[in-house]
Ligand binder design. Structure first.
Ligand code: DX5
Ligand code: ZN
Length: 231
């Protein structure tokens, strides 16, 4: 079994509910509703990189303390070179910054890894993976956005699936253990297509928090992704 095969069998499908779709007045309780998920996905937006504003480092620090599961921080911000290390200090276990915003991706990824967190590279729908393929060894995860970043509850963009497939193929060829995350419009209807294309980490906001029973929905999404991946 190659390195990827070993990693796959150990970790496999992971679900990362996005608290963007939760009740911001009750964040600790909302984290408790997804305790059976693998990660809590926290969207940091600065109103510059995307036209929306959410929360910053002090709130992430508080969320880390309140969360029963590790925090997966998705930075939709300008100048991540300056700000991303603070989210590692805040206690996030995975920090993803965007290719479109970063000045020195290798330097930043190394800095994040050196502080003990997983480093992720995010790609907006119109950003290709190809210019970044040589950098794969520097990352633990590639985030392929399946909507334009900025807001929850947008329709899933099927046009992003070929990029998921090309990313997974390149990782497989490289023998590296890099996760492929999809984020945006991931639901019971779309998760199977993402898994078939090669994604293994699934962010879902509306699909999880919009469900009466969030824990049951996490379980259902995991089941659907696992069976699609098997095909
Ligand atoms: C969008 C965020 C997503 C968002 C996904 O820019 O990165 O994490 O919460 O929400 P849904 O699952 O509702 O599309
Ligand atoms: Zn996100």
């Amino acid at each position: 079994m190659d390195r990827r095969g070993i990693a796959w069998s150990l970790v496999g499908i992971q679900i990362s509910p996005s608290i963007l779709a939760s009740d911001f007045a009750r964040l600790a309780d909302e984290l408790g509703r997804v305790a059976d998920a693998d990660w809590a996905h926290v969207d940091v937006m600065d109103n510059h990189f995307v036209p929306n504003l959410t929360l910053g480092q002090p709130v992430v620090e508080a969320l880390v303390k309140a969360s029963p599961i590790p925090v997966d921080c998705h930075l939709m911000i300008e100048n991540p070179d300056r700000w991303a290390p603070g989210y590692a200090e805040a206690g996030a276990r995975s920090v993803t910054f965007h290719a479109e915003a970063v000045a020195a991706p290798v330097r930043l990824a190394r800095q994040l890894r050196a502080s003990g967190v997983r480093a992720g590279l995010g790609l907006k729908p119109a950003t290709p993976i190809e210019p970044y393929l040589d950098l794969l060894p520097e990352f633990d995860m590639i985030l392929v956005m399946t909507v334009e970043p900025g807001f929850g509850a947008q329709p899933f963009l099927d046009v992003c699936l070929p990029k998921v497939r090309r990313t997974r193929d390149a990782i497989r060829r490289s023998g590296l253990d890099v996760w492929v995350q999809v984020d945006g419009g991931v639901s019971e209807e779309t998760i199977g297509r993402c898994a078939e294309a090669g994604a293994d980490v699934f962010v879902a906001g509306t699909a999880v928090y919009g469900a009466g029973d969030a824990a049951e929905r996490v379980h259902r999404l995991r089941e659907l992704a696992t069976s699609a991946h098997a095909h």
